[in-house]
Design a protein around this ligand. Structure first.
Ligand code: HEC
Length: 157
């Protein structure tokens, strides 16, 4: 009985706390936050590799390999559910919430191809990052370009 009362109390507290947030909620909030979080995670991993490549951070083969593996594994995730049609920056209520261009969902979209290019560059990075600083340096350019290649077409400035 005690447990039930506690649970009910918790639910009430939660409802009160989350009420103001709910009022501001916009459609596809969770999907948009999910994909943006995914990209922040990519940025962290490539950021450390980039710092090593530039000599701003000591090269460490184990760390480099770990981060490169993370990028490779991330590139293989199926994130389809984070990209519902209608969750673009021009959709009602989404201005300022997302930078995803509507072109992603339009006829002739090459977003899948862009993601394949990222996956290929991440795979090359994973094969090289632990093999020495020179090998990492050779792989970082194409990997960074694969991010940029998609952003130029499908992410607003
Ligand atoms: C296949 C396309 C594609 C690839 C590949 C890609 N991005 Fe993005 N990225 C996007 C899109 C589209 C957005 C905008 C998402 C949104 O605002 O809903 C974005 C947003 C971001 C953001 C901002 C996230 C936020 O908090 O709003 C960062 C940082 C980012 N990308 C980093 C990267 C890095 C680093 C790579 C490569 C390792 C990469 N992206 C590869 C399409 C891509």
């Amino acid at each position: 009985m005690k447990m039930v009362i506690k649970a009910a109390l918790c639910a009430t507290v939660l409802a009160t706390v989350s009420a103001p947030v709910m009022a501001e909620e916009y459609p596809f909030a969770e999907q948009i936050e999910g994909r943006q979080g995914y990209f922040q995670m990519l940025k962290f991993n490539i950021g450390v590799l980039g710092a090593m490549a530039k000599g701003q951070r000591d090269y460490d083969a184990d760390i480099a390999q770990t981060l490169a593996n993370n990028l490779k594994n991330a590139s293989l995730m199926n994130n389809q559910l984070m990209w519902p049609k209608g969750s673009d920056m021009d959709a009602e209520g989404l201005s300022g919430k997302t930078k995803a261009k509507a072109a992603i969902w339009q006829e002739g979209s090459e977003i899948g191809q862009k993601n394949k290019e990222f996956a290929a560059a991440a795979e090359t990075m994973a094969a090289n990052a632990g093999q020495g600083l020179d090998a990492l340096r050779k792989a970082i350019g194409p990997l960074g370009k694969s991010c940029k290649g998609c952003h130029e077409e499908y992410r607003a400035k």
